[in-house]
Design a protein around this ligand. Structure first.
Ligand code: 5AD
Ligand code: SF4
Length: 456
């Protein structure tokens, strides 16, 4: 441990971490927070108090990347203000914008001290020490060492009341959808070892975590080995993790339709702990567009897959991602997306206007769809998605279900939990405590949340 940790608390350096983008970044931010804690940093929510401002960034759409630059612009004044008070402020940019833009960030944002890619964040304390000497550091190598091996092991920083935790099992992507930067920013698919994952899951359970969500850009492409050397896929891993005492619920995200194999279907059929909820992005409903996107399946194949999943687990709820206005998308193509959505009836969805990303094949295509057309399609799609989401929520009224209590509600005595389908459920807590699984009857429903009463 470094000597800084022995400083009185008030003299401890403070870090403000802001996270953009997906759950993988949320996980990475937590790990960076831990790596920095071991180096003497304490986290703060008050940016003006921070000796280090760390942005964990997202590059998936142009808007996401631009947000980072505008935030960096704002921090400039802050840095100058603190300097007047004799306090130094370091600024670090981590994550996918760091990976994609590298040196360019130093050029566009002169106040940035450190740029560190998602594969090297275990080297962050070292990079900061270097930057302290006045040298601006860019570290976006694909590290040969495994970053997970280098992160502080003992405490997963689980706050005592943190009942639900993320666990990254896989990173990167080899699918090369033509709109997507992930294969370039996060690199090719790698799986963490079974042992690392199981050890981490056990530690989480020992720390009071009741629900684990396995994460990966392509989580169902995970593969590994059992203790006796057999080939394992995500289905096998889920069966194994379900045996850990204390873990009541398992989830995973994000999946690719091409990687939904039989064993994973069996897990949905046979594991009550695996929640009946699946995020399975399709992006579009027209075969022509799916082909242009290099999704490597048709709409028909996707729908047939969902039928098989529903045969295995009839109460499963589907969630999805959609892109409207991919180059060449006509009104007819878009209608095919609406038709697919009408068939699947997603309970939750993320939908976006296509955003051309430099370096991806999609950005090179002619026939880009005008912005106004994209906006109009997005609005129509979202109206349908929201309607389905609300109808699903309303269909829960009168139903009895287990909810996992996660946090206090707004009013005294209230607690908020999650339904098996990821909806927030507000109840009157009574004797129940955060971390309990309680039986509830649903009494009321809105698009994003339910209300219920406890039953014996
Ligand atoms: N434009 C718009 N949306 C995109 N996504 C990924 N790349 C792009 C892009 N260039 C969306 C996809 C993906 C989700 C994480 O972000 O729907 O599933
Ligand atoms: Fe991107 Fe496609 Fe890989 Fe998902 S599967 S991360 S959309 S390239």
């Amino acid at each position: 441990m470094s000597e800084q940790t022995t400083l009185p608390v008030d003299n401890q350096r403070k870090v403000f971490i802001k996270t953009y983008g997906c759950q993988m970044n949320v996980y990475d931010s937590e790990r960076m927070g831990e790596a920095l804690a071991a180096d003497g940093y304490r986290q703060t929510e008050v940016i003006e108090d921070a000796d280090l401002i760390l942005l964990n960034t997202c590059h998936i759409r142009e808007k996401a990347a631009e947000k980072v630059y505008s935030a960096l612009g704002r921090y400039r004044d802050l840095k100058a203000e603190r300097l007047k008070q004799g306090r130094e402020t370091m600024i670090g940019v981590a994550g996918c914008v760091a990976q994609a833009e590298g040196e360019e960030i130093l050029r566009r944002a002169p106040d940035v001290d450190v740029v560190i890619g998602p594969q090297t964040y275990h080297r962050l304390p070292e990079a900061l020490r270097k930057a302290k000497t006045g040298e601006r550091v860019v570290d976006t190598e694909y590290a040969v060492e495994d970053k997970f091996d280098y992160l502080p092991k003992k405490e997963r920083g689980v706050r005592p009341k943190n009942v639900s935790a993320f666990l990254t099992v896989q990173e990167g992507c080899d699918k090369f959808c033509t709109f997507c930067v992930v294969p370039y920013t996060r690199g090719s698919e790698i799986s963490r070892s079974t042992k690392q994952i199981v050890d981490e899951a056990r530690r989480l359970a020992e720390n009071g975590v009741r629900e684990i969500t396995l994460l990966g850009q392509n989580v169902n492409a995970w593969h590994g080995e059992s203790a006796d050397g057999a080939d394992w896929g995500l289905g096998d891993l889920l069966f194994h993790l379900a045996e850990i005492e204390g873990i009541a619920r398992l989830r995973y995200t994000t999946s690719h339709p091409r990687d939904m194999d039989d064993r994973l279907m069996q897990a949905h059929r046979d594991l009550p702990k695996l929640m009946p909820y699946l995020h399975l992005p399709v992006q579009a409903g027209s075969d022509r567009i799916l082909k242009a996107m290099n999704r490597r399946h048709t709409a028909e194949e996707y729908l047939a897959l969902i039928e098989r999943i529903r045969a295995a687990r009839p109460d499963i709820a589907m969630s999805g991602d959609f892109i409207v206005g991919f180059p060449g998308e006509t009104e007819e193509d878009f209608q095919a997306t609406l038709a697919l959505v009408e068939k699947v009836r997603y309970v939750q969805a993320f939908s976006f206007k296509y955003s051309p990303r430099p370096g991806t094949p999609g950005a090179e295509l002619g026939d880009q769809v005008p912005e106004a057309e994209k906006a109009d399609r997005l609005q129509r799609l979202q109206a349908m998605l929201t309607r389905h989401q609300l109808e699903f929520a309303q269909s829960r009224i009168g139903m009895e279900m287990d909810i996992l209590l996660e946090k206090p509600g707004r009013n005294p005595g209230q607690l908020i939990g999650r339904s098996p389908w990821l909806q927030s459920v507000v109840i009157d807590g009574g004797e129940a405590e955060i971390g309990d699984l309680v039986r509830v009857r649903i009494t009321d429903a809105a698009t994003n949340s339910l209300a219920g009463v406890r039953i014996a």
